[in-house]
Design a protein around this ligand. Structure first.
Ligand code: NDP
Length: 240
């Protein structure tokens, strides 16, 4: 059944693959982005998926943006909170700004994205929420105290939302990707990347499509009894 889906950070990287996968499922997709106008325009040109620009760290901007999406496409039944950033530094060198930027985007950004759509989902008795967390929220990571805190926090969010939403037909789940071949990971120095690949039993980085397929399943009508769960997609690197 075709529904309206919102994918934050949906115009490139993992989000781009998610937007395309949800469109292929027959959904009307709105993909958001932060500032990369050129990439967003190319993405819309290639896919026909409409893009919207707002900062997920800003509650009022998120609320207004979501209202615009709903005015354009109709009530949002599927939310994929995917937008995320890294500001890595070993803890003794991590600045308060690096801490705050990541908390505001990866953690508060999830609140800002889900909160405005929640009442409508409750009223309609249906909702699918998926948060893109990370393997590093499950196990922690050197130089990522900020990032790991947000990604672990995202798991707390979905477990709590699952309990609040279940009786209203709303599910909230997470996908924890391992290392996926996107700009975020390709920006890591090659030597470090080779080291990372050496730690992945599959012997390779994951592909964005491999995360998108998890999201497509979790957002489907068939996944209605899966709630508060996490799919780890990491090539065997870490088990919970
Ligand atoms: P990318 O850096 O490739 O893309 C990030 C996307 O998020 C872009 O569309 C960007 O917009 C958007 N974005 C960033 N900040 C904001 C903001 N403040 N407001 C709105 N949009 C924003 O990231 P990935 O595709 O690699 O990662 C996607 C998600 O998956 C993230 O949450 C990340 O933490 C998580 N993840 C990634 C892994 C990986 O290996 N790549 C591993 C585990 C988790 P714009 O294009 O305008 O910059």
């Amino acid at each position: 059944m075709g529904r309206v889906a919102l994918v934050t950070g949906g115009s490139r990287g993992i989000g781009e693959a998610i937007s395309k996968a949800l469109k292929a499922q027959g959904h009307e997709v709105a993909a958001t982005y932060a500032g990369n106008d050129e990439k967003a325009a190319a993405f819309t040109e290639a896919t026909g998926i409409k893009t919207y620009k707002w900062n997920v760290a800003d509650y009022e901007a998120s609320k207004a943006g979501i209202a615009q999406v709903e005015a354009d496409l109709g009530p949002i039944d599927i939310v994929v909170a995917n937008a995320g950033i890294t500001r890595d530094a070993p803890f003794h060198k991590m600045t308060p700004d690096q801490w705050k930027d990541v908390i505001d985007t990866n953690l508060t950004g999830v609140f800002n994205t889900v909160h405005p759509v929640w009442p409508g989902m409750r009223d309609r008795g249906f909702g699918r929420i998926v948060v893109i967390s990370s393997i590093n929220g499950q196990k922690g990571q050197f130089a990522q105290v900020n990032y790991a805190a947000t990604k672990a926090g995202d798991l707390g969010i979905i477990k709590s939302l699952a309990q609040e939403g279940a009786a209203k037909g709303i599910t909230a789940n997470a996908v924890c990707p391992g290392y996926i071949a996107t700009e975020m990971v390709m920006a890591v120095p090659e030597k470090v990347r080779e080291k990372i690949i050496g730690m992945i039993p599959a012997g390779r980085l994951g592909e964005p499509d491999e995360i998108a397929r998890c999201v497509a399943f979790l957002t489907s009508d068939d996944a209605g009894f899966i709630n508060g769960s996490t799919i780890s997609a990491n090539g065997g690197q870490f088990f919970v």
